[in-house]
Design a protein around this ligand. Structure first.
Ligand code: NI
Length: 195
């Protein structure tokens, strides 16, 4: 695989997300990339370059952070790297199948998209999922209670949406950790001065 292209993509996202501390940052994208490569190692038929670039670039047009239209950050970056337009379209299609809110109930068609979607969802679970939820909630001025609601509305549902067996295996531990965390938080939060 093109190591130089991967390295320059990593530099691009580091620069793009610099100063962002709300859980949608370069570190998140790098963890998603790592998860994706781990899952992909079980699928020799998948195109690792598509998986790698789509996972690294999956949040560069996230509407929570950027006002871009039609994946313009991802497209412009890839054009600048002389990636063929057909490949750019394939990668954009994968990126657009990642979002939980935009793809409710829809299963991605390609193995590459299934892998990247799973890789992103894994990073919303477990200890890292807990940390990211409160980092994002803090930025949005949400109460702890509202952030806890996010676990019930989304994070605890993720395990059952995963596409690949490998991701489901990795997700089990993360899912139980979130349940444990919520239980502990509930116990510690009981306070007669509140309500
Ligand atoms: Ni993401």
């Amino acid at each position: 695989m093109d190591e130089q292209l991967i390295n320059s993509t990593i530099s691009y996202i580091k620069a793009l997300f610099s100063g962002n501390a709300d859980g949608h940052d370069a570190d998140h994208s790098l963890r998603v990339y790592k998860n994706a490569v781990t899952i992909a190692s079980n699928y020799p038929e998948c195109d690792l370059l598509l998986v790698s670039l789509a996972s690294l670039l999956h949040d560069v047009d996230d509407h929570k952070l950027f006002q871009t239209k039609n994946n313009s950050n991802a497209r412009e970056y890839m054009k600048g790297q002389d990636i063929p337009s057909e490949t750019i379209e394939q990668i954009v299609t994968i990126i657009n199948s990642v979002s939980f809110s935009k793809n409710r109930g829809k299963t991605p068609e390609t193995i590459e998209a299934k892998i990247v979607q799973d890789a992103d969802r894994l990073d919303a679970m477990g200890a890292i999922g807990v940390a990211r939820t409160f980092a994002y909630g803090g930025k949005k001025g949400r109460s702890l209670e509202d952030s806890v609601q996010h676990f019930h509305d989304k994070l605890l549902l993720l395990r059952d949406t995963l596409n690949t067996d490998e991701a489901r295996e990795l997700a089990d531990k993360r899912h139980s950790f979130m349940e444990q965390f919520l239980e502990e938080l509930g116990e510690e939060s009981q306070c007669t001065y509140l309500d």
